[in-house]
Design a protein around this ligand. Sequence first.
Ligand SMILES: Cc1cc2nc3c(=O)[nH]c(=O)nc-3n(C[C@H](O)[C@H](O)[C@H](O)COP(=O)(O)O)c2cc1C
Length: 175
Amino acid sequence: MIFKNAMMEKVGIFFSFSSNKTARIGEKIIDAFGSESIEKVNAESVTVKEFLKFKNYIVGVPTWFDGELPLYWDEFVPAIKDMDLSGRKFAIYGLGDQKGYPENFNDGVGLFAELVTDQGADIVGFTTSKGYEFEGSLAAKDGMFCGLCLDQENQSKLSEKRIADWVEQIKKEFS
Ligand SMILES: Cc1cc2nc3c(=O)[nH]c(=O)nc-3n(C[C@H](O)[C@H](O)[C@H](O)COP(=O)(O)O)c2cc1C
């Protein structure tokens, strides 16, 4: 078994190490996933070489500025637009506030999904949008979110189970 683990490719998890809630959720995802099979990369300082090291990705994307990506991801967008991401799988988790920003709830998840699928990547980790109350979200289509949408402002008690279920789901979808 040790040999098998050593041969397994690590999943790359990307989030801002100096973010607040996104980093805390990132650590919870690492714990649930098993730290031995995941490598943590700081989204604030990631290089193209580091970004392209993986086949399977978990990306932390809080929504900021009324429906926008946070600055550190926004600055990396031109680099991603130059990449060929075909054959790679992305699972995106987002942080948002459905009461404060009901028209742009977790838009960042949708923006990031579109960004990487335009470069040939596949999205995994779709979840139901049942159980949330919002008016609009670029992450939502036909009753599903294209990632895990968390709301620590209004539904923090639901996050633990949402994370645990999602990690089990993406483990299967990555393989
Ligand atoms: C100025 C500002 C703008 C925000 N805009 C949105 C938004 O458009 N949509 C949304 O769902 N959440 C929005 N939020 C809520 C954040 O995404 C949420 O607080 C998140 O947990 C922040 O994560 P972080 O602390 O890791 O950056 C906004 C928060 C602030 C302070």
